[in-house]
Design a protein. Structure first.
Length: 88
């Protein structure tokens, strides 16, 4: 264990990303432990009202999304990553 919380690639109701550091100035991925390696964006919703938003970890690929139709969802990437078939 490396000090972060293992999520094993499963969907959960808990947030994947948390704030950390002085005054909560950084964002930490709870799956792989990366700090400030996230991409966030918001866009007008495809539903025609509100906004769709996502936050994705660039290190492990875990994602949180929200939209006015389906609400908030979290999808954890497997961590540690499994070796690809080409590397075996």
């Amino acid at each position: 264990m490396t000090g972060h919380e293992s999520r094993n690639g499963e969907d959960h109701d808990e947030p994947i990303f948390t704030t950390c550091g002085p005054d909560g100035a950084s964002i930490r991925c709870r799956v792989c432990g990366a700090v400030d390696q996230v991409v966030c964006d918001e866009m007008p919703s495809m539903a025609g009202y509100g906004t769709d938003a996502y936050t994705r970890c660039t290190r492990c690929g875990s994602v949180e999304t929200s939209d006015p139709v389906f609400g908030w969802r979290a999808k954890s990437a497997p961590w540690p990553p499994t070796p690809s078939q080409s590397q075996q």
